[in-house]
Design a binder for this molecule. Structure first.
Ligand SMILES: NC(=O)c1ccc[n+]([C@@H]2O[C@H](COP(=O)([O-])OP(=O)(O)OC[C@H]3O[C@@H](n4cnc5c(N)ncnc54)[C@H](O)[C@@H]3O)[C@@H](O)[C@H]2O)c1
Length: 315
């Protein structure tokens, strides 16, 4: 079977992982990479034996490139994703997808008008334990009725991230997770964010999302904690489910029994990019749609506004 021709724009810390995974997958062929840093582009291209570009406009003329991962700085994601969509390429754009909802809407619309596959890099959805939690919420098996959920995603500031704060960079993962787990959109957000070490952007945020029927969720994110914690706890009427995203361990704890379902560890990025390629070939709807990206960005922006005006915002 013919492999899907793919390329990566932005091959820094994260984009080079996209390039590696595309090289490892059997169904994709990494054709080219692009980074505006010429030295980096040359090094990564040589590592994977593909053509290097420093301007994506040239790379996108290559007809062998059918799909593109956009992994540039957060503030240039939308511009690069739009270029790729306008060049007729299927696109996976990294989170936060865009800096404004207007830009994000334009991407969703352009993909639709051009009949292209479009998805956003919400990696957590590809962790088996999270999928198990979502299934338990739907079936109510073991968990009972969903009541609330809390997420914690804290670590030191990755100093290379200099163009957005912790809400758009980090908490946005959990905003998407909450929409996924609850299977609905929050109706209001209240947040407190601030900067302790970062000069320009917030480096800590506490975000509360409320859902219809009194359900709620709480997200703690910061770049101030000296170690990395990434967890989700979902409380139901019959049990709680705890997921550690790093080890991918899941615990289900009830009054009478505790169980720990085992899932073979899998690299989330590999599952995500395999899904991206499969959906393009089979013309199927992705697990994460452009609309999901747009909605998560809208909530992240509302959280920042809520913090600034010190009031809850209805969504
Ligand atoms: N989904 C996830 O779990 C996850 C994890 C890490 C990073 N990310 C996202 O990936 C993106 C990149 O993050 P990173 O940590 O790799 O940053 P980085 O700074 O290490 O890399 C960004 C690279 O993009 C290049 N670049 C910037 N603008 C460009 C352009 N217009 N054309 C070509 N190259 C360009 C830079 O030269 C740099 O090499 C960010 O949007 C980040 O939010 C997502």
């Amino acid at each position: 079977m013919k492999k899907l021709g793919v390329a990566v724009v932005g091959t820094g810390f994260w984009g080079k992982n996209h390039a590696r995974v595309y090289k490892e997958l059997e169904s994709t062929e990494l054709v080219a990479i692009c980074d505006r840093d010429a030295e980096r582009a040359k090094t990564i291209a040589a590592q994977f034996g593909v053509k290097a570009y420093t301007d994506s406009s040239w790379m996108l003329k290559n007809e062998d490139v059918e799909a593109v991962s956009v992994c540039t700085w957060s503030t240039s994601l939308a511009k690069e994703a739009l270029k790729a969509l306008n060049a007729g390429k299927h696109v996976l754009v990294e989170k936060p997808m865009a800096t404004s909802t207007k830009q994000a809407q334009k991407l969703v619309l352009t993909a639709k008008e051009n009949g292209l596959h479009f998805t956003v890099g919400f990696l957590m959805r590809f962790i088996p334990g999270l999928q198990h939690i979502r299934e338990a919420v739907v079936s109510k098996k073991r968990l009972g009725d969903l009541v609330c959920a809390t997420a914690k995603r804290v670590s030191q500031w990755p100093e290379r991230i200099g163009d957005v704060g912790v809400v758009k960079d980090t908490a946005i993962h959990d905003i998407d997770v909450m929409r996924f787990v609850f299977g609905e959109d929050p109706i209001a957000v209240y947040a407190k964010a601030g900067c302790m070490r970062h000069r320009t952007f917030e480096d800590y945020a506490l975000i509360m999302l409320t859902f219809a029927d009194g359900k709620s969720s709480f997200i703690e994110s910061n770049w101030l904690t000296p170690y990395k914690t990434r967890t989700l706890t979902v409380t139901g009427s019959d049990a709680i489910m705890r997921l550690d995203y790093v080890t991918q361990e899941l615990w289900i704890e009830a009054a009478m029994e505790n169980v720990q379902p085992k899932f073979p560890w899998q690299e989330p990025l590999k599952a995500e990019l395999q899904h991206f390629a499969d959906c393009i070939v089979k013309k199927e709807k992705p697990l994460v749609t452009g609309e999901d990206g747009l909605k998560a960005l809208r909530i992240a922006l509302a959280a920042l506004k809520s913090s600034a005006i010190d009031r809850a915002i209805k969504l």
